[in-house]
Every structure is written in C-alpha cells, then in structure tokens.
Design a binder for this molecule. Structure first.
Ligand code: ARG
Length: 285
C-alpha cells in the first residue's frame, strides 16, 4: 500500500467551442526586420511554413473549432499572423492600425473580411496590433504597450467595448506583443469561475508585474527557455491548449493543472517572430 500518493488536485476542465480566423502562409518569407526574431539575410522555406501551419489548422479542426480563412495577399508576408488583424468581441471588430509601414496594408484587408463576415466594424483611430496586444481574460481585457500598440489605443478599446481594460507595459523587445508574454488559459470561464493565465515575469515593467501578481496569484509562471521558443504564444479552449512542442516545462505545468497540452512545431513561422497564437484570431461573434 502506498501512503505517499500525491493529493489529487486536478480540476475538471471544460473545452468550449471556438471560432478562429487564420491565413495560409502562401506568401510567407522574412524580407524585412521589425522584431529581433527576423533575419532577412537567412533563407526561409515557404512550403515548410505552409505544411507546419496546416498541422495547426488540422488540430483546430480536430478540436471541433470553426476555422475561417482570409485570403493571403502577395507582398504581405506577415499576414499569416492573423492575431494582429484586429480584436473581435460581442460581434464588433476593432480594426488594427499597424506600427510599421510594411504591415499597414494588412489593416484594411482584415477590416474587409470582418465586414463581409457580418461583424460590426470599428475603424481604429489609434495605433494597435489587434489581438497580438489585446487579450480577453474573463470579463477584462489585458492590453499591452511598449513596442507596438500605443497606450492611447487602450482607451479607445475601452470605449468601443465598454469593458475594463488593464494596461501592461512590455519591456523586452523579444516579447514585443502581449501574446508572446501571456497565455490565456480559460477563454470562457463559467459563472463565478476565475480565468487563469500563464506569463513570463521578466517581459513586464515592475509596475505591470505587480498588477499581474495581484490579479493572478495562481498563474503558471513560464520559464525563460519556454518563452524563448514562444511557448506562451498558445491557444486554449479551456481544456486543450495548443502550444509549441518545444515548450516542455509549460507542457508539464499545464498537465499538472488538468489541461491537455497539444504540441505543434511552427519552427518556420518562428523565423518571423510568431507562434501558435499569432496565427490565430479569435472571432467572438
Ligand atoms: N513578423 C510579425 C511582426 O513582427 C510577427 C507578428 C507576431 N504576431 C503576434 N501576434 N505576436 O509584426
């Protein structure tokens, strides 16, 4: 008889059906450098990017998600990172206004898709990179600034959606979008249930870190190693969490908490500075 069995702490996690927008990386390459991950002098393999992206798409289909596709546009190699195309909540799409000229034409392309999909479209006044920097956690929106989205966009976001917006300042250029430093684990918590996150403490200013510590005392703390393969850049349905297959400690911690981590290799898309979440825009219609 074993007396030293670990106390079962596992909670029952419930998956919820998600609807996402993706963009096949048919024109993916790294031809400019707007984040430290990008090295235009190194070759990229577009067909490998498509194959890896397809594996992510297939996982989502297998999980029963509704997956919409936006047509890729030649000359916009970063369009595969659909998370940056806007922020959609309550059937309203708040459009993106990109920081760098290289990506600016993506804004109207995504807006057009939102309008065609029957969403109410809100033209952005302020610079923002959509769900790359805005994360819905329970009933609040965490909003990043420091590298891409202007903090004035946080105010605009609060006006558009009438939700509480909590501003967080990013300080490490390798984690330039909020979705590279925070993972939302519970997209649709039930009544009275708290939504949890995982994050990388060193990516935030002291003040922002204090906010995260206070609001999410039970958060998963990611290792620097896992963050360095964009492990936090993941997508959860409340039970299944699609993550970078190399993020081993994150995988272990998710399993311990009763989630079902599913690894995927997006190494080619990492050359552009993006992972699972970057390739995924949630459509909350
Ligand atoms: N090359 C793209 C950029 O620098 C990558 C975007 C990654 N997207 C994200 N949601 N973190 O803008």
């Amino acid at each position: 008889m074993t007396l030293s069995q670990p106390v079962p702490t596992a909670v029952t996690r419930r998956p919820s059906k998600r609807r996402v927008l993706m963009c096949r990386p048919e024109f993916f390459t790294v031809s400019y450098r707007i984040n430290p991950w990008m090295h235009p002098e190194d070759p990229t393999d577009t067909s490998l990017a498509v194959t890896q992206w397809q594996a992510l798409y297939d996982i989502y289909i297998g999980l029963g998600f509704e997956v919409d596709l936006i047509d890729p546009i030649a000359g916009l190699p970063d369009m595969v990172y659909s998370a940056n195309g806007g922020f959609v909540l309550d059937g309203v799409a708040y459009g993106a206004r990109f920081t760098y000229p290289e990506r600016q034409p993506e804004g109207p392309a995504y807006m057009e898709w939102f309008a065609k999909a029957g969403l109410k479209v809100h033209e952005p006044r302020e610079t923002n990179e959509g769900e790359g920097d805005f994360l819905l956690v329970g009933d609040v929106i965490l909003a990043g600034s420091g590298f891409r989205s202007d903090s004035a966009s946080h105010q605009e976001l609060a006006e558009v959606f009438g939700r509480k917006v909590i501003s967080l300042e990013l300080v490490n250029p390798s984690f330039y979008h909020l979705d590279t430093a925070i993972a939302v684990l519970d997209p649709a918590p039930g009544e009275g249930e708290a939504a949890n996150i995982a994050y990388l403490p060193s990516a935030f200013s002291d003040e922002s870190l204090a906010i995260l510590r206070e609001r999410y005392p039970d958060a998963i703390i990611a290792t620097e190693e896992d963050a360095a393969v964009l492990g936090l850049n993941s997508f959860s349905d409340g039970y299944n969490v699609v993550i970078a297959s190399r993020a081993k400690d994150f995988e272990r911690q998710l399993r311990e908490r009763g989630y079902n981590p599913i690894g995927v290799d997006l190494s080619e898309l990492l050359l552009g500075g993006g992972g699972v979440k970057c390739c995924t825009l949630e459509v909350r219609s």
